[in-house]
Write a protein that binds this ligand. Structure first.
Ligand code: MIC
Ligand code: SF4
Length: 643
């Protein structure tokens, strides 16, 4: 029986476990990346492990999320990351060099390699045929130290592409179409492999848009084959030697096959407040727009920016619209400048922002009150833009530019001819913003520069035989990490200061939560299905740990978040019967007894001491996870293993 492309890369990197879906497997990791908002924590953890030099083929530390430096906190964190990178063998991509996923694709990604990154959109690398995963900072720290990355062996979905995209329809619409079909939960437990003859019609940046948005499906990762298009992209980046042809075996077996005929797709939008709330541009045309943002790791490639420039050329945006354009990298920005496209963008009335995440993570450019914001980004969760009542729609660069011109949601096909763009044969290569690490002999004497914003990690709390706590918060389905631990300009500078961050925990759902949890001592949280979807931020586990959360009981969990909970030593359990969720009320006094035995059998009993009800729970853990929970998380576990 043949193998899928992902299975082949897994086989080549398998350190332990068997490749049966549902079993835990350990993978050798070739490359890692971090960004600043999760990086400080990841490097503090790496330092705590105590390995002097990274053992990966390549590790890169990017600064792209918080580049405002509105106080010393952020500048100190950047300096800390730069100094830690220099000492421990990590490349440092300076602020301004671009968004981690875009730069990594351009300069470092290699077909057939494994990559983990402390950012949930690391699967962007799948656009170039990498097997790339988003992970918590601790997992990245362990991988930098040469340790394995553990995942549950996923099932395989093949998306079989036929046909060719029509004018004005682009890769973003392919992603949105798959979100329409599968929903934000539909990819959980799967790797999504893109195949079929339609793949040939998509460039590498278009493929990367699609693998980037696979994260929104909850998928473990997404991947495209590596073919002549990949070779041409790498050659244009001056690194054809990194090319390797890769494809699934012709007789590979998939658990599910989804057919998409590219020629039938139309321009789509994801409506507030979920990436799977899909409607067509035609059906929404005429909705008044206040703000348009173009950029983010989803749609900030040269191809996207040239397209936007061509649509805006010679025109002016509507008076009532505020338009931002953030090119994904220094390479993209400098090429836009040299070909004149930047002038077309500026002349239209757009504000050109730095090559960084910017508005995507609420770092400025929040919409006006109840504003309608069209964004070429990947997430439109409530409050993420920085404005609580904003109506955020996710769109392609084509819809974004067309709507900025008219002031209303516009089906771009109504603009007439699709403007042609010419992609260059060679990209402008200038890696001067990537600072190289020190040589090994010099590294030992280098000092790591720490500022006062860096506070110690919360104390580990090994799981006890009886886990007792108050139900201080009960939340519904699809709770995102943006609910658990919001980001944005006011909070992001404190990513290395857990005590300060804790004030904002769950504030989107309930502003009193942090105070209540602290007063309660220990907490057991209750959630609905897909709890913890979205980002990889381990702060969504570490901050609850700090506030006394000892267990989370939910209908189901998102992949990266459940790993982060275990890494933090918090017990994640699910209801045996999801209907039992309704039996629990906020304020109840809960306890789970016989936890040690439960960890072995996979069965637990939740006692509601307030109502006297007992509720069966399940949780199946590997020996490694049990040891981690009993040690109080991945860090104490790794340290114990080293002793
Ligand atoms: C996001 O898009 O939500 C982020 C900000 O990039 C996060 C990482 C973080 O919270 O720092 C992600 O996607 O993992
Ligand atoms: Fe940055 Fe937004 Fe991409 Fe996250 S989704 S990495 S915040 S651009």
């Amino acid at each position: 029986m043949g193998l899928t492309l992902a299975q082949k890369i897994i086989r080549d990197h398998l350190l332990s476990g068997d490749m049966t879906p549902g079993q835990e497997i350990a993978l050798r990791i070739d490359q890692t990346l971090t960004q600043d908002a999760t990086g400080t924590m990841a490097y503090l953890e790496f330092e705590a492990i105590g390995i002097p030099r990274v053992r990966t083929e390549l590790s890169v530390a990017y600064i792209d999320h918080n580049t405002l430096q509105s106080g010393f906190e952020n500048a100190d964190d950047h300096r800390y990351i730069q100094s830690v990178a220099k000492k421990h063998g990590i490349r440092f991509s300076r602020p301004g060099n671009g968004i981690c996923h875009q730069v990594h694709l351009e300069r470092f990604g290699k077909p057939g390699k494994t990559l983990i990154g402390s950012d949930s959109h690391t699967p962007t690398g799948g656009g170039i045929g990498m097997l790339a995963f988003g992970a918590g900072g601790m997992d990245v720290a362990v991988a930098m130290g040469g340790g394995a990355y553990y995942i549950t062996m996923p099932r395989m979905i093949k998306v079989n592409l036929t046909g060719k995209l029509s004018p004005w329809v682009s890769a973003k619409d392919v992603s949105l179409e798959l979100l329409r079909i599968l929903s934000v939960k539909g990819g959980v437990g799967y790797i999504i492999e893109w195949g079929g003859e339609g793949v040939r019609t998509l460039s590498v940046p278009e493929r990367a848009t699609i693998t980037n948005m696979g994260t929104e499906l909850g998928a473990t990762t997404s991947i495209f084959p590596s073919d002549d298009t990949t070779r041409a992209f790498l050659a244009a980046q001056g690194r054809e030697e990194d090319y390797r042809p890769l494809a699934a075996d012709p007789d590979a077996v998939y658990d599910r096959v989804i057919d998409i005929d590219l020629s039938t797709l139309e321009p789509l939008l994801a409506c507030p407040h979920s990436p799977d709330n899909i409607r067509s541009a035609t059906s929404l045309s005429g909705v008044k727009v206040d703000q348009v943002c173009i950029g983010s790791c989803t749609n900030s490639s040269l191809r996207d920016m040239l397209r936007v420039a061509a649509i805006l050329k010679g025109k002016t945006i509507a008076d009532s619209v505020s338009l931002s354009v953030s090119p994904g990298s220094k390479q993209v920005l400098s090429m836009l400048a040299s070909c004149g496209a930047l002038t077309d963008i500026l002349a239209s009335g757009a504000r050109v922002l730095e090559c960084a995440c910017g508005p995507c993570i609420g770092m400025g450019f929040s919409p006006n009150s109840a504003g309608v914001s069209l964004r070429t980004f990947n997430r439109n969760f409530e409050g993420r833009s920085g404005t609580k009542d904003a109506q955020v729609y996710l769109v392609s660069p084509e819809i974004a530019a067309a709507s900025a011109l008219t002031g209303y949601i516009t089906d771009p096909r109504t603009l007439g001819d699709y403007p042609d763009i010419v992609m260059p044969d060679a990209f402008r290569i200038d890696d001067s913003a990537v600072v190289l690490p020190a040589a090994e002999e010099e590294a030992a004497s280098l000092e790591v520069l720490r500022g006062p914003n860096i506070k110690p990690l919360p104390d580990a709390h090994p799981v006890t035989d009886t886990v007792h706590g108050r139900l201080t918060l009960k939340v519904g389905d699809n709770i995102t990490t943006d609910h658990i631990m919001p980001a944005g300009a006011k909070i992001l500078p404190y990513r290395s200061n857990i005590p300060y961050l804790s004030k904002f925990c769950f504030a989107v759902c309930d502003e009193q939560f942090a105070e209540r949890a602290k007063a309660a001592g220990d907490t057991i949280l209750v959630g609905g299905s897909n709890y913890g979807q979205g980002s990889s931020r381990e702060h969504a586990a570490l901050v609850p740990l700090y506030l006394g959360v000892r267990a989370v009981v939910a209908k189901s969990f998102a992949r990266i978040h459940v790993a982060n909970l275990i890494n933090a030593g918090i017990l994640p359990l699910t209801f045996e019967d999801p209907a039992d969720y309704d039996l629990l009320r906020e304020g109840d006094d809960l306890s789970i007894e016989g936890v040690f035995e439960g960890l072995q059998t996979g069965r637990f009993l939740l006692m509601d001491r307030t109502t006297g009800k007992t509720i069966p729970l399940i949780g199946s853990f590997t020996d490694r996870q049990i040891a981690m929970l009993r040690a109080g998380g991945l860090l104490p576990y790794t340290k114990e293993a080293q002793e």
